[in-house]
Design a protein around this ligand. Structure first.
Ligand code: HEM
Length: 479
């Protein structure tokens, strides 16, 4: 048992039945309605209409006022859960991963097992010891610019230029056109150019993820999963130069690594990056001067600090992994008592990211937050890694990519590709949101699926980088 409390034998405070119902309905239910593994657009719209994301944060603020520092716990469906309510406790949980706080919770194992049962995130500590470093090596997790950055940039340029051709034709940009171009780009970056039009592989993954939303309530589709994983292996065997599949093929893997089962997490997680990028486009276009600032730095690509900070702001304001879950492998002691082994410890990211009691910038676009952190933090990147959750993480628990030893190893690949996409989009086009944002107090929810822009070629175009090679054509607006 680690840490000490004034009375380490006393349990952490337990919620009353009424508070338990409010926490379950107010904080956990919206994530179930939206879909944890694949978003249901209707669920996302419903949660936005009900203002449920804002209410979730208020509910946890109320619990923290009532119970003071330290976590609170409650039981649900035979499981014991605890919310951490202090940034220092969130940091502790992330720093002490995977032991005593394992990322491989029962719920995650059931949900992700539908398509990647041997993935690092849901592995035992012994299996994880081989799988997590493999992810770090292939994704070059501590480097802001992956060694395949130029191949990634080519995929971005070609797919975004094809998308802009479609935008010029129809005069607007909607989610369907954006996501079609996005997935062509992702398949090229992860699997190779040959996979650009392989919609079957991402459709198979989508169907498996739909099962994942039901976790252990839905049986595994073993044949579909087998077909999907064989297709992933096919691209690894092909090892197309410039793709992540090629890095997988040449990276030494110790026994038990299961390289092909690490790749689905990357494809799956690029979905979240699409929502974050589309919302970031909205942040850029809705804030005076932001597009000009993005255009001004375009000549320095792939280093795009302001656009990168905008993507991080999109993830702070609307975290794509709202529930960061850990399962205690042993009893743990906190400032206000003890938690049993097997308790699921919940870090609810929006509570920390939108805590207007601690930060006056909670509900406004604040890219300087990340730019300042980057200036201060010479050792890691602006998420405070790899040196632990420094600066931002420590005092505020801004955890869009989680933190500590379980931090997202793809964060730098995501920030690189997302910022290249945004920079390319705004370089020569003016976008205007069909549904303007209230920028003085940004909403708690923002559905990317209903976000839509009118668009036209800009008269004030700056620095549109030349496309380096010609590649596969085709309009992203057509499937
Ligand atoms: C906006 C996009 C993304 C966000 C916000 C994000 C966030 C996260 C978070 C919060 C976790 C921790 C999950 C947990 O502890 O349960 C995680 C894990 C992970 N992410 Fe990402 N991610 C993104 C995209 C990506 C991409 C594109 C890749 C790969 C190219 C990637 C690779 C991974 C891997 C392999 C893990 C598991 C790490 C482990 O086993 O410890 N992520 N990500």
């Amino acid at each position: 048992m680690t840490r000490s409390a004034e009375n380490s034998d006393a349990p952490v405070p337990t919620l009353s039945p009424l508070d338990r119902a409010r926490a379950a309905a107010g904080v956990l239910l919206p994530s179930v309605i939206k879909g944890a593994i694949i978003r249901r657009p209707a669920g996302v719209s419903l949660v936005a209409r009900l203002g449920a994301d804002t209410l979730s944060v208020k509910e946890l603020q109320r619990l923290s006022r009532r119970h003071g520092t330290g976590p609170v716990q409650f039981s649900m469906f035979g499981r014991r859960l605890a919310f951490v309510l202090e940034p220092a406790d969130a940091k502790r949980v992330l720093d002490e991963t995977p032991s005593p706080f394992s990322p491989a919770t029962l719920e995650k194992r059931a949900a992700l097992g539908h398509f990647q049962p041997a993935n690092s995130l849901i592995s035992t500590p012994e299996e994880r010891a081989a799988r997590r470093p493999f992810n770090d090596r292939v994704l070059e997790s501590t480097s802001q610019t992956h060694s395949h950055a130029s191949a990634m940039a080519t995929a971005v340029e070609e797919e975004i230029d094809a998308l802009l051709g479609h935008v010029d034709f129809v005069g607007e940009l909607d989610w369907d056109a954006f996501s079609t171009a996005w997935w062509r780009m992702v398949r090229r970056i992860v699997l190779g150019d040959a996979a650009r039009d392989d919609e079957q592989i991402t459709d198979d993954l989508r169907r498996l993820r739909e099962r994942g939303n039901w976790a252990y309530l839905a049986p595994v589709r073993a044949r579909l999963r087998g077909r999907f994983l064989r297709r992933v292996q096919h691209y690894i065997d092909r090892a197309e130069p410039g793709s992540l599949a090629e890095v997988v093929a040449r990276t030494p893997a110790s026994p038990g690594t299961e390289p092909a089962q690490q790749v689905p997490q990357w494809l799956f997680a690029f979905d979240a990056a699409a929502w974050a990028t589309f919302r970031a486009l909205l942040l850029l276009t809705e804030h005076r001067g932001a597009v000009d600032r993005a255009r001004d730095e375009a000549t320095d690509a792939p280093s795009l600090p302001f656009v990168r900070a905008t993507v991080l702001e999109s993830l702070r304001l609307w975290p794509t992994t709202p529930l960061v879950l850990r399962e205690a492998t042993e009893p743990t002691v906190w400032s206000n008592g003890a938690l049993d082994a097997k308790t699921s410890v919940v870090i609810f990211a929006p509570y920390f990211h939108r805590d207007d009691r601690r930060a006056d910038w909670a509900h406004v676009f604040s890219p300087e937050l990340w730019l300042d952190a980057r200036d201060r933090d010479s050792g890691g990147d602006e998420t405070g890694q790899p040196d632990g959750t420094e600066h931002l993480g420590e005092s505020l628990a801004l955890v869009p990519f989680s933190g500590g030893t379980g931090v997202c190893p793809g964060r730098n690949v995501v920030l690189l590709t997302a910022s290249l996409v945004l920079s390319r989009l705004v370089a020569g086009h003016d976008f205007s949101s069909v549904h303007p944002l209230r920028t003085t107090h940004l909403p708690g929810s923002l559905s990317p699926f209903t976000t839509r822009f009118t668009a036209r070629r800009s008269e004030r175009t700056r620095a549109v980088p030349e496309t380096s090679t010609t590649g596969p054509g085709g309009s992203p607006g057509t499937r």
